[in-house]
Ligand binder design. Sequence first.
Ligand code: ARG
Length: 285
Amino acid sequence: MRRLFARTLARPLVLAAAATAIPLGSAAPAAADSIVVGGFPVEVSDSPWTVALSSRDRFGGTRAGQFCGGVAVGRTTVLTAAHCLGEEVLGSPPEQVGDLKVIAGRTDLLSDQGQEIPVRSVWVNPGHDDSSNAGDFAVLTLSKALPAGSVIGMAAEGDPAYTPDTGALVYGWGDTSGAGDYANGLHAARVRVLPDASCERAYPGSDDGRYLSSTMLCAGEEAGGRDACQGDSGGPLVGQGRLIGLVSWGSGCGRPGSPGVYTRVSSILRTLGWDGTAADRRGGL
Ligand code: ARG
């Protein structure tokens, strides 16, 4: 699988201006992608900011409609990947997916643990470039606040957590093998931040995308084995306790020489004009 799911399936919407959040109204249908290979099961209470995006109308109810990951950066603010909300993934513009929800506090998708919170509005980065996959992020506003303590801080530019070789954890409910074995339980994989040069070498520009260090972050293991995979997109990459990346794309999963590519959180902060403190503490969103 050379192309990332979203890039194969999703043509991201270019939604108007940054200020124009799209209120969600009625419903719609669809299908999904992958997650963590070489990982281990974790409890969501260990990373309560890790959430699942769900639409049973689109993806069916077997795994509670999970199709992507997300990360709570404010009690009503969730970051995810722009490509997760593309029309080729959702089958329609996100505002027409009436049952778009965030599932929080649920380790096992087959359980009824935690809560399902409807998404009130969606803002997709209008700068998301479908051919390189640059700027792959979106902001979801929830209709109800998550519990206090389920929010992670974001690493601003210059944070040591971005330094190559730093250990990081990626979380998700995606494919655990690269062969379509979607997890019911949350998994995490231990990876390392890799130098930009590793991804520049792996992804100089092809159908997969093109690695651009200004908006992307390279992580994995040079030898392969541990990586995010399909279904993990939009979920968190956490280094030194802070959010440094969102699962975005890669070539296959866990292949030697093909690291994972993440949306660089410092570039999200720059684009949104945020300062890195949690959204609810800033008073915005
Ligand atoms: N695009 C995938 C998704 O939509 C994520 C792929 C990540 N791949 C990787 N090798 N790290 O779920």
